[in-house]
Design a protein around this ligand. Structure first.
Ligand SMILES: NC(=O)c1ccc[n+]([C@@H]2O[C@H](COP(=O)([O-])OP(=O)(O)OC[C@H]3O[C@@H](n4cnc5c(N)ncnc54)[C@H](O)[C@@H]3O)[C@@H](O)[C@H]2O)c1
Length: 319
């Protein structure tokens, strides 16, 4: 299927990711049918999309008068057949469970058009496994969005074993059209690109924290004001070119043997979770939220986070 043949989009699963993904497509001008097995989730999803569109208008990312037409392009439904039968691009954002996703795609293929593209938002499973029951496998592709998906620009477009060049390029072009920042991932590796990079960094951060090298506040401040600051403007490979490859070569040679390369679960997370801590949801994580937030203020914390992200999105310049 080619980009110009895509007229309708279905999003399956209206949770954290699904409703934000739906929002990106309606802002991009596409009619979207959002499906979930729970009616209550669909109601909450619509309310979140409306609230987030207003926030986008507040930050001049869309015009006030675009809110109503955007909302008119969104339909919610609890019937899978009706959701997918006329769609050209079907994206699943259902729970991260292999059997559930396999069954969902199998069912979808019995209702949808033969050439509709089937995309998965899986974080850790492979499309090769998820699509095992799908007959026309060349139309399968992973599009991996980042939370919050309506705000974070990058979407990894992953070419799995069976993905055809046409499906891969159409998914890429579609995301570009709705003003996301798609990235071609040519091989399907667990964690794709960004989660592998993120996990390598997380391993070292948690080790430094556990060793008491710096406090949680100071680790966060240091990363935000240095590599975080730099990476928001230029990528890591350009950073190396600008700094000089000889220097980077020597620093890597000296430090690689000394930094953490453990394959065990991180001690800091093991300790905190075994004490019943789950971050802001439980009131205690690396920070003590009882001091700053009550549990009910999770929405407030997310809203503050999104306002910071939206300020950045306004000045986004990634080509
Ligand atoms: N949350 C993240 O930060 C994040 C980031 C990137 C990718 N992902 C991936 O996105 C997918 C969804 O994650 P999420 O965080 O939105 O989960 P979630 O639990 O918030 O939402 C999943 C939704 O799917 C619905 N659901 C359950 N069974 C279903 C079925 N058979 N068909 C359709 N919908 C069904 C649930 O009712 C729920 O509303 C997962 O594959 C996850 O790995 C999540």
């Amino acid at each position: 299927m080619k980009l110009e043949e895509i007229h309708k989009i279905s999003v399956l699963g209206a949770g954290i990711m699904g409703h934000g993904i739906a929002q990106s497509f309606i802002i991009g001008g596409y009619p979207v049918i959002l499906y979930d097995i729970q009616d209550s989730v669909l109601k909450t999803a619509t309310a979140h999309v409306e609230k987030n569109l207003r926030l986008f208008a507040e930050f001049d990312l869309i015009k006030e008068e675009e809110i109503a037409p955007c909302l008119n392009r969104l339909t919610t439904i609890a019937d899978l057949r009706h959701c997918v039968e006329e769609s050209d691009f079907i994206l699943e954002a259902a729970p991260e469970n292999l059997q559930l996703k396999q069954k969902l795609f199998e069912e979808v293929t019995s209702y949808c058009k033969k050439d509709a593209i089937l995309a998965s938002n899986t974080s850790s499973l492979t499309l090769t496994e998820i699509g095992i029951q799908v007959k026309e496998k060349t139309r399968l592709v992973t599009t991996h969005w980042f939370n919050p998906p309506h705000i974070v620009p990058t979407v990894e477009v992953v070419k799995a074993e069976w993905t055809s060049e046409e499906t891969f390029e159409t998914a890429y072009a579609l995301l570009l059209k709705i003003k996301k920042v798609p990235v071609r991932i040519n091989k399907e590796l667990p964690g794709f690109l960004i989660n592998r990079i993120q996990m390598a960094m997380v391993r070292e951060i948690l080790d430094l924290y556990e060793k008491g090298v710096a406090s949680a506040e100071d680790i966060d401040k240091a990363v935000r004001g240095s590599i975080g600051f730099r990476l928001a403007s230029i990528g890591p490979l350009l950073t190396m070119d600008l700094g000089g490859l000889k220097l980077w070569f020597n620093v890597c040679k000296n430090l690689f043997p000394l930094i953490n390369s453990s394959t065990e679960a991180p001690k800091a997370l093991k300790r905190l979770t075994s004490q019943g801590h789950d971050g802001i949801k439980s009131g205690q994580g690396f920070y003590d939220y009882a001091r700053d937030f009550s549990k009910e203020d999770l929405d407030k914390a997310i809203n503050e986070r999104d306002q910071g992200f939206l300020n950045r999105l306004k000045n986004l310049c990634i080509d």
